[in-house]
Design a protein around this ligand. Sequence first.
Ligand SMILES: O=C(O)CCC(=O)C(=O)O
Length: 313
Amino acid sequence: MARLWPGAPPCGLVPVLLPVFLLLLGGGGAAGGGGGGGGRVSSVYPAPVVYPHHTRQISWKPRVFLYQQFLSYDEANHLVSLARAELKRSAVADNLSGKSELSDARTSSGTFISKGKDPIVAGIEEKIAAWTFLPKENGEGIQVLRYMHGEKYEQHYDYFADNVNTNRGGHRIATVLMYLTDVAEGGETVFPLAEDLTDSGTNTSLSECAQKGVAVKPHKGDALLFFNLSPDGSKDSLSLHAGCPVIKGEKWSATKWIRVASFDKVYHPQGNCTDDNESCANWAALGECKKNPEYMVGTAALPGYCRKSCNLC
Ligand SMILES: O=C(O)CCC(=O)C(=O)O
């Protein structure tokens, strides 16, 4: 059942041809082109360049695609260095209230990076929009995750079960998952319900967890795109996926969740002075404004869900 997607570059000529492409695209010289092609190409580029031939279809049900060498090594390293000092234990959204809470199902550490935080982050976000054909404004901030030995994200969906998290931009239509490191063993992303197009039998280079479905092995710079909603907008139950436990090494990844509509526009009839959840007052009384400021108060990039109860206005 399990199928492995190797990380070898799709075309051996790419490193040779890349500088020529970049020159033709006007990005030439030391700065190079769009950063979409070469794994070790440095620097930030003026316009996103996406190479369609780098993309492979992993599955059609659900729709999953792998772009090899989507990020340059410099871009991957940059995301790790921005996140390293800010890591906190990852949380999941409660199915009813939508509130972030800790769970044994997700044991990584992570942090969100504000949209457009610096030119490199902005460049990556441009490139994601160019690849997915989905507007930049529909994207959440990139979440960088670190998985140490044994850490994992058990099977889950990226669309929401609650009605609170959909207030801003609706469901997560698609997910772009970028691998920021290689992983010696384990740490694969697996789609247990995906239709296997090949009859490759058991692949022994995959961990036991990954053999339970169609799996992708993390390779630094590669990116996965998968759709959580079907083309008719309904939830795609086949999009169930998991991050397998890391067995050897450390896994760093960066997730960009993309909504159906704008995540940047927050419509509040009474300005921003609102509570978006009926439990906000209770949570504020329990000290959540201080304990969970990203959700309650918001970040520099986005307002939180309980601004009124946190006395911000
Ligand atoms: O780390 C992985 O491979 C999976 C991560 C994931 O499922 C998510 O961020 O939604």
